[in-house]
Ligand binder design. Structure first.
Ligand code: XMP
Ligand code: MG
Length: 190
C-alpha cells in the first residue's frame, strides 16, 4: 500500500515550509550577491556554486535562480564510508567536479549540516585544489549533532536533532520531492 499512499501520510510534522524556504533563499541570495560583487575581480571568472548530490539539488536550483549575478554550477557526489545513517568523516568521491578550481571563488551549496564531518572534509579538499576562496551555504543545520565546528557563512535554519526529509533530503531515496522540510512519522522508520 505504501506506494499508492500520499506522501503527507508519512509525516509527523512540517518543520520548514515551502514559503519559509523561499524567503530564506532570497535573503541568502542578497547576501551572496553583495559579498561576491566585492570579492570577484571584474575580469575574473564568476563564482562557482558546487552542489553536493543528491540532497542539494533543490537548494541549488532555487538559490541559483534567485541570484542576479553570474555564477557557474558544478556538482560532486560524495559518500561517507560505513553503513547506516551516521557520518564517519571518511569521505569517498563518487563523482568529481568537471571544473578546475585554480583561482576560483567556490561556494559549496549543501542541504544540511549534521555532524559537520562531510563538509569540513569537503572544504579542505576543495581548498587544496587552489581555489581563491571556499565558502559554504547550507539550508539546514543541526547544532546539537555537531562533532566538528564548520565555519558556514550562509545558513538557512537551525533545526532540532531529528531526522528530516524533503526539499532534497531523503529517507531510502524517497521524500526528496516534498516541497517542505518535514519530520518523518515513526511508523515509517521503526
Ligand atoms: P554530516 O554528518 O557529515 O552529514 O554533516 C551530512 C550529510 O548527511 C545526510 N543527512 C541527512 N539526510 N535527513 C537526511 O535526509 C537528515 O536529517 C540528515 N542528516 C544528515 C545528508 O546527506 C548530508 O549531506
Ligand atoms: Mg547531502
Amino acid at each position: 500500500m505504501m506506494d499508492s499512499s500520499h506522501i503527507s501520510d508519512d509525516l509527523a510534522a512540517i518543520l520548514v515550509t515551502e514559503e519559509q524556504l523561499a524567503s530564506k533563499t532570497a535573503e541568502l541570495a542578497r547576501q551572496i550577491e553583495a559579498d561576491y560583487a566585492d570579492a570577484v575581480e571584474p575580469d575574473a571568472k564568476p563564482p562557482l556554486l558546487v552542489g553536493v548530490l543528491k540532497g542539494a539539488v533543490m537548494v541549488m536550483a532555487d538559490l541559483a535562480r534567485e541570484l542576479r549575478i553570474h555564477v557557474e554550477m558544478d556538482w560532486m557526489a560524495v559518500s561517507s564510508y560505513g553503513a547506516g545513517t551516521k557520518s564517519s568523516g571518511v569521505v569517498r568521491i563518487l563523482k568529481d567536479l568537471d571544473s578546475d578550481l585554480h583561482g576560483r571563488h567556490v561556494l559549496i551549496v549543501e542541504d544540511i549540516i549534521d555532524s559537520g564531518l562531510t563538509l569540513s572534509w569537503l572544504r579542505e579538499n576543495l581548498e587544496a585544489r587552489g581555489a581563491a576562496s571556499v565558502e559554504i551555504c547550507a539550508m539546514l543545520r543541526k547544532p546539537d549533532a555537531a562533532k566538528v565546528e564548520v565555519d558556514v557563512k550562509y545558513i538557512g535554519f537551525d533545526i532540532p536533532n531529528d531526522f528530516v526529509v524533503g526539499y532534497g533530503l531523503d529517507f531510502a531515496e524517497r521524500y526528496r520531492n516534498l516541497k517542505d522540510v518535514a519530520v518523518l512519522a515513526k511508523h515509517i522508520y521503526e
